[in-house]
Design a protein around this ligand. Structure first.
Ligand code: AP5
Ligand code: MG
Length: 241
């Protein structure tokens, strides 16, 4: 079992032949799960499944799921396991997940982790899950969260570390950037409490199972990506000879 913090700075080459299988990106609010999931998508051509993004899309579209989730998301507490597990089960039926997928923000309770383990074990074609825990210290997380702006399509910016060329406007599609309603300092503190109480045990669950690495997320985005790509190569050595 490997649990050390990796600190590679080399840029690992993108490799569409690499078989990533199911990848979990675990970590506190603002560690960079979404940012890194998009980099892994580009590197390996596998989809990002972000339960937070799916919930926010449902909230914007006013669906029944969105109506049930809105107050919980806005106050920084978790949506029910049954609702979220069902969302993930539906998404995993899509054929684009066959070579692998990146779960961003799921599982975040032990109940969700046990559900996922059982769900994936039922499909004998799947490689075992590998888990990457990204770590960043609290003050830096708060700085990132209050500086984050997103486009309606889910592109992630930061007024401090990754500003758009024109303030408030998405570089790619010209849309107006917004701040997530849960990105205030008060709600961030609630999300951190939820993380410590409910999601930290999930990280322990995967640490104990092995196929797990911790990556230092307090570095430039490209260095964090290189660290994750290197970790995945080690964790998937047996299926990528
Ligand atoms: P979710 O959307 O998953 O939020 P989260 O876990 O709090 O994580 P964030 O999206 O805030 O952070 P991130 O790690 O993705 O960081 P990012 O890459 O954006 O969940 C939201 C809510 O939905 C939950 O509170 C809950 O209510 C509900 N929910 C979701 N999943 C659920 C589940 N499974 N069960 C129940 N409820 C669920 O980066 C953050 C900022 O930092 C950005 O501005 C970025 O540009 C910047 N940044 C990133 N990397 C770096 C870097 N290396 N250096 C400098 N800046 C960086
Ligand atoms: Mg995110």
């Amino acid at each position: 079992m490997t649990t050390s913090i990796v600190s590679e700075t080399e840029t690992a080459p993108a490799d569409k032949n690499f078989l990533p299988g199911p990848v979990l990106l675990l970590g506190a609010p603002g560690v960079g799960k979404g940012t890194q999931a998009k980099a892994l998508m580009a590197a390996y051509g596998i989809p990002q499944i972000s339960t937070g993004d799916i919930l926010r899309a449902n909230i914007s579209n006013g669906t029944d799921l969105g109506k049930a989730a809105k107050a919980l998301v806005d106050q920084g507490t978790l949506v029910s396991d049954d609702l979220v597990n069902q969302m993930v089960a539906d998404r995993l039926k899509q054929p684009d997940t066959r070579r692998g997928f990146i779960l961003d923000g799921f599982p975040r309770t032990l109940n969700q982790a046990n559900w996922l383990d059982t769900h994936l074990a039922a499909d004998s074609g799947d490689l075992p899950v590998v888990a990457i825990s990204i770590v960043v210290e609290y003050e830096q997380l708060l700085h990132r969260i209050t500086g984050r702006r997103i486009s309606p399509a889910g592109r992630i910016y930061n007024v401090y570390s990754n500003p758009p060329a024109v303030p408030g406007i998405c570089d790619v599609d010209g849309s107006t950037l917004v701040q997530r309603p849960d990105d205030s300092e008060a709600v961030f503190m609630e999300r951190m409490k939820t993380f410590e109480a409910q999601t930290a045990p999930v990280i322990e669950h995967y640490r104990k199972r092995g196929r797990f690495e911790v990556v230092d997320g307090d570095r430039p985005v490209e260095e964090v990506t290189a660290g994750i790509l290197s970790a995945l190569k080690r964790l998937r050595k047996d299926s990528n000879q």
